[in-house]
Design a protein around this ligand. Sequence first.
Ligand code: UGA
Length: 450
Amino acid sequence: MDVTIIGCGYVGLVTGTCLAAIGHNVRGVETDPRRVKMLTDGHCPIFEPGLQELMQEHYASGQLQFTGNVSEAVKDAQVVFLCVGTPPKPDGTVDMSFLEKAGKDVCDAVAAQGADYMVTIVVKSTVPAGTNRKLYHFLKQQTTAHLQVVSNPEFLREGSAVKDCLEPDRIVIGGESTEAFRMMRRLYDPLVKREESFMTMNWESAELTKYAANAMLAARISFMNEMTILCDEYGADVEDIRKGIGSDSRIGPAFLRAGCGYGGSCFPKDVAALAHISNAVGHENLFVDAIQSINAMQKKRFVDKIEKKLGRDIRGAKIAVWGLAFKADTDDIRESPALDVIRYLLDKQAIVKATDPKAMENMKQVFKDQVEWCPDPVTCAAGADAVALLTDWPQYTTLPFRKIAATMNNPVIFDGRNCLHREVMRETGFQYYPMGRPAVENTLKLKNRV
Ligand code: UGA
């Protein structure tokens, strides 16, 4: 099928590349001239495992093309995806301006095609309930072309987006037209492994499914983060509790890992948007409010714990931050817990050193020379009074801990991701403080503050 993707950001590029990989002819439209140049030069503008290779393969074969011209790209398309950003405004409501502009551009291009033209417009951007319906009625007023609008929320995780796109748990399509549902079923045919995983529903249900999915996952994390407080107080292990409840098939094990809070461009934004969507109909969503408050508190608690365990105020103490990305396998720092943790540490006048295998350049833009930037965890920990581990990069589990302990002022690690092995910490002489798990407290005395 001939498919046009409006917006070659993260979602658009992954979706377009995967649709090309399953045999469709895909044209990606991008308005940012620098990004168009990059794409047409065959470079992938974002870091996502496996994407660059797949994109280059299908760009080279001609199956995937890029342009800056909307009307050219929409001409002859059977399906047009809207994949533009819907970022949060400062008050937490959704900024719809990019989607409105994309809708208008597509509308002009569609109107120019005449009444015989048939197209299905697919909204992939995350949008508040009611948006697709409004878009449909707006477009119908502008053109006599035979068009349909469907909502098709994305469930891609950064770091495994290509796999999530090519092997989806489910495909959700919201709309009102069986003809459009059929079109989408045809489009996704190679990806539908079980018929029941292709779900059709009305526009509003599909729109709210997206917010509900992210809020449910964030709720599970916040619930476990709240449990860490009880675990610390009563001497329980949150990992054992995770296994204990995750093995119940009604609960399941995913997204129950406690830590220093969730981040990223999706959970914080979508949970906040759900609160606003609730407020808009006069409903105070206490549950969603709690998910957010717990997440905000968790980062503060993490810094309070550093202070408490070091046994003094941390003014002048050197804290080595390992991990800046909001999760492993990405350079993305949006809403990363590291942002708040570093801010709190700086507010308390700690001396912050930091490292990350991918996200350091992005974080440098935020904290500039307020932080000492280090090329690797070993250099970062040297001379420090404590390490604060904030991203679960797998390479952090196999570091030369004995050597690191020897170079630190105090060999103490606060593990905000519960990803290090307690036995290794014990053997290598660390004081080790995970989240909601028993600590390793070697008899070794903390040195006085530098
Ligand atoms: C999330 C969802 O998982 C995707 O399904 C969704 O499509 C995407 O948002 C989106 O709306 O576009 P993503 O933000 O890439 O994907 O990252 P996740 O893997 O979900 O992790 C989010 C945050 O939760 C990270 O900070 C991670 O460290 C944290 N997390 C995750 C935990 O603290 N505990 C867990 O058990 C799992």
